[in-house]
Design a protein around this ligand. Structure first.
Ligand SMILES: Nc1ncnc2c1ncn2[C@@H]1O[C@H](COP(=O)(O)OP(=O)(O)OP(=O)(O)O)[C@@H](O)[C@H]1O
Length: 523
């Protein structure tokens, strides 16, 4: 095995006063999977962008198979066989799945026109390599796909280029557990074929399952490289964040009494073929998880609750009020004191070109305005408070939010909605792309918010965090809540059994009824 297949020597990159990479040297082998670990802002993405020709380093050399690469741009990196799957998806939203997969090099017929038949074949083959050719329609526009499927298309787009070096920057963070397995199988096959895979992930169980070698980065510096499995997790976390982490999840308090009136109560919620009579209740002080296999109505439920889905029937009560049939709309949403943290921070959560300051202030204009005029002192105080509470790492709040690391962008999304002082938080995968130290802080924050009386509905694709954080987990199957699990029943096995509807052929769970029984079991 050529251990120095991909080599970086003395690579540095500064952004103004920030050293994103400081004199980084490391190498990765051909036919191997090399995990790149580090907390948010450690420089991982900058490293990948350097390899992908997107960022030009201030100093240093990159070699591939012994040859020095003088990268002039992304096209040259692609020509060298270096393909990167970025955290922020790069699909053209209004083009079809097939067109996106073949975008860099579409097959052409004798007239020079795109050969659609061949294009479809190539796209289908790429999706089949991942095992997703049946679940994604080649003709569908990417904008109409859920985030997890868009991520699969992004991976297929990389596969079709037959990479020599494949870089995945948090590419599994939006995927369902089932799709993560498929992508892992694909990466192992690519490894056997000789591809050098660099894999950035904040999910240690994926790193354990995949990687041959790990490299840890901190504050732009390469801290250590070691064989995967040779160090305990605690040691790796300490290398990553410079301090040990004892317990990632905060202790769970006593549940609110069953007599406490739910802040959110949903009954008989239906919409199209996705929601088929959802029943649930979330009390003030509770963190209720929403689990199940992907596509069982979890996303639609969240959107329906936030008034972002059409043709919804059933009853939604928030606080003291019933919402209109299609959920709270537009400006009326504030009256219900609810906030939705969306799944895709790039397209739904942030105005990327705007400053951190403007992104943070935009949702709280009511709080920082007097007689329709923004009180700039109040605005600055609010923003300083949010930056401190969420520990957002930004050189200055006037920089564009696009220049922050992925994890810090996610914190901005959270902060801007917390600024509205919601009483109901609807969270869609809020720790996606967030490092373990920051996750710990965010979990504590949610627990503190719950202790202050917020009702929290938490949709996550990560079973581990559902179990670790939530008081109760509702498992959805085929547009209904199939089970409400708490206490000793809140296990991965139970979540999976109910997610696959195994061993239960009975009616959907009425959460209000199940709730009491589940808590009895928890107590
Ligand atoms: N275009 C840019 N302009 C200014 N600063 C930048 C830019 N890109 C990155 N940075 C800064 O460089 C540092 C490293 O960022 P990078 O995105 O490489 O971190 P990361 O390890 O990938 O983090 P995450 O896990 O959150 O994605 C951060 O402090 C970030 O704010």
């Amino acid at each position: 095995m050529n251990n120095d297949y991909l080599q970086l020597v003395g690579v540095s990159k500064r952004y103004g006063g920030i050293a994103a990479l400081s004199d980084v040297s490391f190498s990765a082998a051909r036919g191997s999977i090399h995990a790149i670990l580090g907390e948010n802002g450690a420089g991982k993405s900058t490293l990948m962008k350097t390899l992908a020709g997107v960022v030009r380093p201030d100093a240093g050399v990159v070699r591939l198979d012994g040859r020095e690469l003088r990268m002039t741009g992304p096209a040259q990196a692609l020509d060298e066989g270096i393909v990167c799957i970025f955290q922020e998806l790069s699909l053209v939203p209004h083009l079809s799945v097939a067109a996106n997969i073949c975008l860099a090099n579409p097959p052409r017929n004798r007239l020079g026109l795109i050969d659609r038949h061949r294009q479809n074949e190539m796209a289908r083959e790429a999706l089949a390599r991942i095992g997703c050719d049946r679940q994604i329609d080649l003709r569908e526009r990417c904008i109409d796909l859920p985030l997890s499927q868009r991520q699969i298309v992004e991976i297929a787009k990389a596969v079709v280029r037959r990479p020599r070096v494949l870089i995945l920057d948090e590419a599994t963070s939006a995927l369902t557990a089932e799709d993560v397995e498929k992508v892992m199988r694909l990466l192992r096959t690519l490894r056997e074929e000789g591809t050098c895979v660099l894999f950035i992930s904040h999910r240690m169980h994926e790193v354990d399952a995949l990687a041959d070698t790990c490299s840890v980065f901190r504050n732009g510096e390469h801290v250590s490289t070691f064989p995967a499995g040779s160090k305990p997790h605690e040691e790796i976390v300490r290398l990553m964040i410079g301090r040990p982490i004892a317990q990632v999840y905060p202790p769970k308090p006593q549940p609110p009494a069953a007599s406490v009136r739910p802040y959110l109560q949903v009954s008989g919620l239906r919409s199209g073929t996705q929601l088929k009579g959802v029943e649930l209740a979330v009390r003030p002080g509770e963190i209720v998880g929403l689990g199940g296999l992907d596509g069982q109505g979890q996303r639609e439920l969240m959107l329906a609750l936030a008034g972002l889905l059409r043709d919804v029937r059933g009853d939604i009560r928030i606080g003291e009020q019933s919402t209109p049939p299609n959920g709270p709309r537009g400006g009326k949403r504030e009256a219900y004191r609810m906030a939705l943290i969306p799944e895709d921070r790039k397209t739904e959560g942030l105005a990327l070109g705007q400053s951190v300051h403007d992104n943070l202030g935009v949702c709280a204009l009511d709080r920082i305005s007097r007689w329709g005029v923004v009180d700039h002192a109040a605005e600055r105080a609010l923003i300083a408070d949010l930056v401190k509470t969420l520990q957002i790492k930004a050189p200055d709040t006037r920089v564009a939010v696009s220049t922050l690391s992925g994890g810090n962008q996610q914190k901005v999304v959270l902060a801007k909605w917390l600024a509205t002082q919601p009483r109901l938080l609807l969270l869609m995968d809020p720790t996606r792309g967030v490092d373990v130290g920051t996750k710990q802080e965010i979990y504590r924050l949610f627990r503190d918010l719950a202790a202050k009386g917020l009702a929290i509905l938490f949709y996550s694709t990560d079973c581990d965090e559902l179990i670790g954080l939530c008081d109760r987990v509702l498992v959805m199957y085929d547009g209904q809540v199939r089970a409400s699990l708490a206490g000793a029943m809140l296990t991965e096995e139970q979540i999976l059994m109910n997610a696959m509807n195994l061993g239960r052929r009975d009616a959907p769970a009425n959460d209000s009824r199940v709730h009491a029984a589940a808590w009895e079991c928890a107590a």
